[in-house]
Design a protein around this ligand. Structure first.
Ligand SMILES: C[S@@+](CC[C@H](N)C(=O)[O-])C[C@H]1O[C@@H](n2cnc3c(N)ncnc32)[C@H](O)[C@@H]1O
Length: 486
């Protein structure tokens, strides 16, 4: 309505000439692309606008468009290397330096620990690292965290080599810190840039962030201060944007909080000396907030059902100990076993953890595979198998789920991928031969000639793809059982 695209009286969309609108956009876009301060925004909006019909029709995921092949290049330039982002990041870094200067003036031996929440591609971190170099000897740790492991891998590559104090950790600020390997009261400074608004409940989020701070520790926020169309056409298409359940605290129609709202909620949550060092620039759509913790920690206690002896599930990212008596994956099914080790390797390589740490039956989410890494995993899978849809990993949650899906939908391709038609040592060769036999059995069966003795003359190399591998496996298993019984 604000832009005249919705008829205020009828509440209906105004009809527009699509071709003319695209022509206008192309015309306006050309000079913006030449402007280094606008280029990243324009490229991102352009990409998302083109994908918008498919996203709204649920044919394509917004993350798929925003992170093509899991690349972070389209979003990286939004948070750095443009005047507005650089200005707010500079203010935040200067406040951090001022704090460090004061702290070390009071206690020259102080060892400083910094936690960054939702560090993402490091728009803020990069500036902070550049300025931190002079305090390098006083830094115990800079813990680079994010909900998505994709960003931790990015940070390790980009910032690891030049910043030896860096550690990396998955952390969801929407959850209590205790189960997430974040030490309570251990950090002097917590930084969160353009992230806290993306959580369900700001009070809970602030309590979790505060739990990591020591008494008088400082929370440094870089946050939205306005509701703008750019955000709606880009990050507004991601689920996280609409997660909030505390609309009364937010700017109407947006997850952002106004400076007044931040001040009041921070004070309610036991932060003192709330200050806005970039107040004069709030009109540019961002704000920097500084707040000091009073050291009181409030954390939700995990709910443990009385009657259940079940251990609590660790949150995603936490290395959960499997009970010693946990059932091993089913054995005796060589195709599934071979597929399991193949896909554990593939997943492990994609997210850079040893395959030995991956359980095929566990949800992939547990290993940090989220909507961004899923794009990468999907494209990895596409390089070895045909017909992998971009929503596959939203339908199957584990490696075992993936294997069952492939057995049901493209068994021949799976068998080829696993080299099941080649002679292989031991049992595998038997399974492969049985698969071929089963395939031929089906062909003969359809011609009415299926005597068991016919199998012996079959050429194991003559693999046919006319039956499903699942069928063949069942038959192969039956044949093995029958043969053993004879
Ligand atoms: C808009 S980006 C900002 C990235 C970075 N701070 C910057 O300014 O360049 C938001 C980041 O917060 C992360 N994030 C979203 N929800 C989160 C949560 N509940 N806990 C921790 N990080 C979260 C996202 O994965 C993403 O990397």
């Amino acid at each position: 309505m604000r832009h005249g695209w919705i008829d205020a009286s009828a509440g209906a969309l105004m009809s527009i000439d699509g071709a003319a609108a695209w022509a206008d956009w192309e015309h306006a876009k050309a000079p913006w692309l030449q402007d280094a301060n606008r280029r990243a925004q324009v490229l991102l909006v352009d990409t998302m606008l083109r994908a918008l019909p498919d996203i709204l029709n649920q044919k394509r995921l917004a993350t798929d468009a925003m992170f093509p092949d899991s690349s972070l290049r389209l979003v990286e330039g939004i948070y750095k290397n443009n005047l507005v982002a650089d200005y707010f990041n500079a203010v935040l870094s200067d406040v951090l330096l001022a704090y460090l200067g004061q702290r070390l003036a009071q206690d020259p031996k102080a060892r400083i620990r910094i936690l960054e929440i939702g560090a993402g591609t490091g728009g803020t971190s990069a500036q902070v690292f550049a300025k931190l170099s002079r305090y390098r000897d006083h830094l115990d740790e800079y813990c680079y965290t994010d909900l998505s492991k994709a960003f931790l891998m990015h940070a390790q590559r980009e910032y690891g080599p030049g910043n030896p104090y860096l550690s990396y950790q998955r952390f969801d600020v929407g959850l209590p810190i205790a189960a997430q390997q974040i030490a309570a009261g251990a950090f002097d400074v917590v930084i969160a840039s353009n992230v806290l608004h993306a959580t369900r409940n700001i009070r809970t989020t602030l309590r979790n962030a505060k739990a990591a701070l020591r008494r008088n520790g400082v929370l440094l926020l870089n946050e939205l201060s306005d509701n703008v169309l750019f955000s709606h056409l880009t990050f507004g298409l991601l689920e996280g944007w609409w997660l909030y359940d505390d609309a009364a605290l937010r700017i109407p129609g947006s997850p952002g909080l106004s400076p007044q709202s931040w001040k009041s909620v921070l004070e309610d949550e036991g932060f003192g000396l709330v200050a806005f060092p970039a107040a004069a620039a709030h009109g540019m759509g961002q704000q920097i907030i500084v707040a000091e913790s009073d050291g009181v920690v409030r954390q939700a206690t995990p709910f443990i059902p009385e009657s259940s002896g079940e251990p609590l599930r660790a949150p995603s990212g936490q290395a959960e100990q499997k009970p010693a008596e946990a059932a091993p994956p089913p054995t005796g099914d060589l195709v599934r076993d071979k597929a399991r080790s193949y896909f554990r390797e593939l997943v492990g390589e994609t997210i850079r953890i040893p395959a030995s740490e991956i359980e095929a039956c566990e949800p992939l989410e547990r290993y940090g595979i989220d909507s961004i890494l899923v794009v990468q995993l999907t494209s990895r899978l596409r390089s070895v198998l045909p017909d992998i849809s971009s929503t596959l990993f939203f339908e199957v949650q584990s490696i075992d789920g993936l294997i069952e899906h492939l057995l049901a939908t493209q068994p021949a391709a799976l068998a080829a991928l696993l080299d099941l038609h080649e002679a292989a040592p031991g049992d595998l060769a038997i399974t492969a031969a049985l698969l071929v036999a089963a395939s031929a059995y089906r062909r003969r069966e359809s011609r009415g000639a299926h005597r068991r003795s016919d199998f012996s003359s079959l050429d194991p190399k003559a693999a046919s793809q006319e039956i499903t591998l699942a069928d063949a496996l069942n038959l192969a298993r039956d044949l093995r059982v029958a043969t053993a019984a004879e």
